[in-house]
Design a protein around this ligand. Structure first.
Ligand code: SAH
Length: 454
């Protein structure tokens, strides 16, 4: 097993051998750590030549001499010459210096990682020299989980380092504090939006308000889980789900997405289905508040987008009244996910300039049927299956052609997605056969699907 370290190289000498493209990448990284670079090379590429000309690195010439190694901290050899590498690594070994020969594990006592930087936060991934490409792929994957603004989070935390250390002198409690601070949605929101002063104030308040026994602070994140397919989650949603202590989930959220939840987190099903409320809204509100007050990070997971027919607004009002910090992560709403998946554009220059997202579930007489029955617009009905007959009758009554194309999409974006293509005249009849959840799209745009599928 290798021992991972980070080297503080400011003003320390490093010998680089070779001056091609590979050496250039190493030199750039060394310059970023303020190392003093001594270069030995026969052929020098243009960029490195520029660095020599600008006196950013020191060129020692072409020929290797043993004494070059004496006052450097380590050596990077970026040549293809294995024999030379072997010689260098033996001399280095003898003189107790580290040596990295690029792509030559046998002659390397120092392995360079695939690096990921967020300001002072640095991550280096190593495959122990077996496959640098593999390490780079893992690094790229990690990159997705680490937003750029973490750099600023760390800078703010650095300012309060001493204060935090003094207040929470037990390391376990300090850890808890940092953990909760880094999961605090409001702190993230402020830093992400460059409201650094406010973020600092929040940190200062949290330090003050948290007692040394490490009382945790809870919060609620309303997360849009999209229409079902886990690939349609946002990266932010993925991150929130992975860090949740408690997940309150709707019935619409797919099994695949719930599998992302941490094993030690608690999942509570509060699914509501039209007319069959498993857990009434008041109880959901209470649960969110209770778990957050206990110090948990609560993720309220909702199908699609929380603010589209998802009662997200009401839940936020309740959280606000109860002084629970909350934030919203948007999701791809059913209409948008389904539109892409079924090749039904929701607007089109020739067929539809207006778009309505409606729910048929509320009292239908609230809908301005005359308005939506106009030509050249697309109507999307959420929760429309049971109301299909009424939708059909009202639209025809207000002048919509009975031939208007309609699509009823069940389990949109999931592997069992089913699309029924019909027209307004047959909407009610076809809707009866559709599985739940189902979305209804009405308008000339529906017929474009046939064209795009060919
Ligand atoms: N907030 C959700 C909507 C919740 S209302 C969103 O933004 O998508 C529930 C209705 O959404 C269902 O009755 C159905 O009409 C629609 N719906 C949600 N997911 C769906 C899916 N995968 N396939 C078809 N319809 C879906």
């Amino acid at each position: 097993m290798n021992y991972p370290v980070f080297l503080r190289l400011a003003k320390k000498k490093v010998l680089v051998i070779g001056a091609g493209d590979v050496a250039e990448r190493k030199i750039q990284a060394l310059l970023a750590s303020d190392a003093e670079i001594l270069l030995l090379a026969k052929k020098i590429n243009k960029n490195i030549q520029n660095l020599i000309d600008n006196k950013q690195i020191i060129y020692l010439g072409q020929d290797f001499k043993e004494e070059f190694i004496d006052d450097v901290f380590f050596i990077i050899s970026a040549t293809d010459d294995r024999e030379f590498n072997q010689k260098i690594s033996q001399i280095a070994e003898k003189k107790a210096k580290f040596c990295n020969c690029v792509d030559d594990l046998d002659n390397s006592s120092l392995i360079l990682g695939a690096n990921l930087n967020r300001g002072k936060l640095q991550i280096a991934v190593s495959s122990s020299g077996i496959s640098p490409v593999f390490a780079r792929i893992i690094r790229d994957k990690l990159e997705l989980f680490l937003p750029n603004y973490l750099e600023n989070c760390l800078d703010i935390l650095a300012k309060y380092r001493e204060k935090i250390k003094n207040k929470f002198n037990n390391i376990q409690i300090r850890r808890l504090f940092f953990e909760k601070m880094l999961e605090n949605a409001k702190f993230h929101y402020l830093v992400e939006n460059n409201l650094l002063k406010e973020a600092e104030e929040l940190l200062a308040t949290e330090i003050k308000n948290n007692n040394e026994n490490g009382k945790k602070f809870g919060e609620v994140v309303l997360v849009g889980a999209g229409p079902g397919n886990p690939d349609l989650l946002t990266i932010k949603a993925l991150r929130a789900i992975k860090s949740a202590d408690v997940v309150l989930t709707d019935a619409l959220v797919s099994k695949e997405i719930l599998e992302i939840v941490r094993r030690d987190a608690k999942i509570i099903f509060v699914g509501k289905r039209a007319g069959n409320h498993f857990v009434v809204q008041e109880r959901i509100n209470q649960l969110m508040v209770e778990y957050a007050q206990e110090g948990n990070k609560v993720v309220r997971l909702k199908g699609g987008d929380p603010f589209i027919f998802g009662r997200g607004g009401e839940e936020c009002e309740f959280l606000r009244e109860n002084n629970i910090p909350f934030s919203i992560i948007p999701g791809i709403t059913a209409a948008i996910g389904i539109s892409a998946n079924t090749l039904i554009p929701l607007t089109h220059r020739n067929y539809s300039q207006n778009l309505f997202f409606l729910t048929a579930q509320t009292e239908t007489n609230q809908i301005n049927w005359k308005n939506i029955a106009e030509i050249n617009q697309t109507i999307v009905f959420y929760m429309g299956k049971n109301q299909a007959e009424n939708i059909q009758n009202q639209l025809i009554k207000y002048g919509k052609s009975a031939k208007t194309p309609c699509a009823i999409i069940s389990n949109g974006t999931l592997s069992n997605e089913k699309v029924i293509m019909t027209n307004l005249d047959n909407l009610a009849k076809e809707a009866k056969t559709a599985a739940r959840p189902a979305l209804i799209i009405i308008g000339e745009v529906v017929k474009i699907r046939e064209k795009l599928r060919q």
